[in-house]
Design a protein. Structure first.
Length: 558
């Protein structure tokens, strides 16, 4: 075993490869000797190699608290690595040979080939990588430190981004943590200048944006300069990740651009219970994390956070323009940017986002409102899942409906659970009328409608969750693609006839395929597509279908 610990998780995390498994890996790498105290890679490095120990021992160390701490020691038959050996992120740990020995070394590209071509070994490695990351975080790895107020919208955005992108971080709360003030004094920062982010390398940034946090965490991935991609996927929700897995696994050079976090809105769901193959349900975080690693295993590059700002055509190629000014050249594009939750036009709504008003209900928000009264506006599945999740920790959950019946927008199994949960109170025929609180939410006012016309109810809630439908993220596509009246992307036969009969399509001798937009080779899938079914499974299915359409489009020009 690689550590002194016992238990099922450690057995999964630190398996010993059989001799025939090592022999099957041998053609992908090279055998070399190691010397005592030789550093195989250092914390913060990218593109580090994967090693199977043949003789000797290799220690894995982490220094998130300033002093080296031994995480594991790999002996003969064991191997190094965690998800970052495949993702391209900076390593969280350092690997050092502790005695003379030999190792089988595979660089990152060779390891990707091996996991694609050796399914038995792929399963062992991927399960080990994921479990090791969980054990590292559970063992006190500090990671990036974020210092700020729990009531700060800026601090909440940073914490949310870190949590949803699996960035290890330590949160230091100005209101509760006695170490926070000492750190602020050390850096010469006043509480008014927070939040601050301290990277694992000791560098820090005052009041950072999401890009600064990604840089401190070694998250950024850039496309290869002057590279022609087969497909650029814009958006890494269920549709985008589904497409990335299938296009990359079929040998298409795939680059994925995501603004916030892999998984999209589904990635923030506490529990998805009607997804095929998961009878006990699956959290959005787990689904997104596994899909992300699966796509990267097949060679897809995934850049977070990156915003696409334009789509244009040059010499028959499609160009996806990023906010940074970088232009990615590609044969095909998939628009999978999904939707963003709407806000009600209630005074103070935007000012209190992240300071009591939220659009996701994750573990972080649940901890923030532990024992408090909370409210949810919405009657769909997302609202029902959030109500059930928050009911475990909140003192009371108020579910606010404009209509009379939950059944009109929520799956029957969720309706039954919501109605049978004692601390969930359903307010029918009510609308959010006003917010109370200055720098943080302290209550809401509801106005009655229908049979409750004229009634007003005041609820002393400390958190308000908004799940009232979404608007498509297509502002960057206006003028480039045909959109419907609400801004969703038109595809297939829904593309206007005058466009389908235009010169580009006449030249090809065909019309748009089912998921193809008004531009040949540009596809749309998932919630952003006009007429799509707003479910995780259908979004994944549409994303997967795109691979065959891309092959067909590229094949015409091969």
């Amino acid at each position: 075993m690689g550590t002194d610990g016992m238990g099922e998780d450690r057995e999964v995390a630190y398996p010993v490869l059989e001799p025939d498994q090592i022999r099957s890996l041998a053609p992908y790498g090279r055998v070399r000797t190691t010397a005592p105290d030789e550093v195989l890679w250092r914390e913060g490095e990218r593109g580090f190699a994967f090693f199977v120990v043949l003789d000797g021992r290799v220690a894995i160390l982490e220094m998130s608290h300033g002093e080296p701490r031994e995480v594991a020691v790999h002996g003969p038959g064991e191997f190094t690595g965690d998800p970052d050996v495949l993702t391209g992120r900076s390593s969280l740990v350092t690997a050092v040979a502790t005695e003379p020995g030999r190792v089988l070394e595979l660089d990152a590209e060779a390891l990707q080939r091996a996991v694609r071509e050796l399914p038995e070994i792929s399963e062992i490695l991927l399960r080990a990588f994921l479990t090791r990351r969980s054990l590292l975080l559970g063992g006190g790895y500090a990671g990036v430190r974020i210092i700020g107020s729990r009531y700060s919208p800026a601090a909440h955005r940073l914490r949310d981004f870190a949590a949803r992108n699996s960035i290890p971080f330590t949160w230091l709360d100005l209101e509760k943590d006695r170490h926070a003030d000492a750190l602020l004094q050390h850096f010469g920062v006043s509480p008014e200048q927070t939040p601050i982010v301290i990277g694992i390398d000791g560098g820090w940034t005052r009041n950072p944006d999401i890009s600064d946090l990604a840089r401190h965490a070694g998250l950024s991935v850039e496309p290869e300069v002057d590279e022609l991609y087969d497909i650029v996927v814009v958006g890494a929700g269920p549709a985008g990740l589904g497409s990335a897995v299938y296009t990359a696994s079929e040998g298409l050079k795939t680059f994925v651009v995501e603004l916030e976090a892999p998984g999209g809105q589904a990635g923030a769901s506490s529990l998805i219970e009607n997804y095929l193959g998961f009878p006990a349900g699956v959290s959005g975080t787990e689904l997104a994390r596994n899909a992300l690693l699966q796509a990267q295993k097949f060679g897809a590059l995934i850049a977070v956070p990156e915003r696409a700002v334009a789509l244009r055509t040059e010499k028959g190629r499609r160009m996806v323009v990023l906010e940074s000014g970088l232009e990615i050249v590609t044969r095909c594009v998939l628009v999978a940017t999904g939707v963003e939750y709407r806000n009600l036009t209630v005074p103070g709504m935007r000012e209190l986002e992240g300071a009591g008003i939220y659009h996701v209900a994750s573990d972080m928000e649940a901890r923030l409102c532990d024992g408090d009264e909370v409210a949810i506006v919405g009657g769909g599945n997302s609202a029902g899942q959030a109500a059930m999740f928050l009911s475990r920790s909140a003192g009371r959950v108020h579910l606010i409906l404009r209509g009379e019946e939950l059944q009109s927008g929520m799956s029957r199994y969720l309706v039954n659970r919501v109605e049978s949960t004692p601390n969930i109170v359903v307010h029918r025929e009510r609308e959010l009328h006003a917010l109370e609180g200055d720098d943080r939410l302290s209550g809401i006012r509801l106005r009655g409608s229908g049979s409750h016309e004229g009634d007003e109810v005041v609820l002393p809630v400390q958190a308000l969750f908004m799940f009232i439908g979404g608007e498509p993220r297509t502002d960057w596509l206006r003028g480039a693609l045909s959109l419907d009246s609400e801004g969703f992307v038109l595809t297939g036969q829904a593309v206007p006839a005058r466009v389908r009969e235009g010169p580009e399509w006449r030249h090809l001798g065909r019309g748009p395929s089912f998921l193809e937009t008004s531009l040949p080779g540009v596809f749309a899938a998932g919630d952003v597509r006009s007429g799509s079914i707003k479910r995780v499974a259908s979004a994944v299915g549409e994303g997967a279908m795109v691979a065959s359409f891309v092959h067909a489009h590229i094949g015409r020009f091969a």
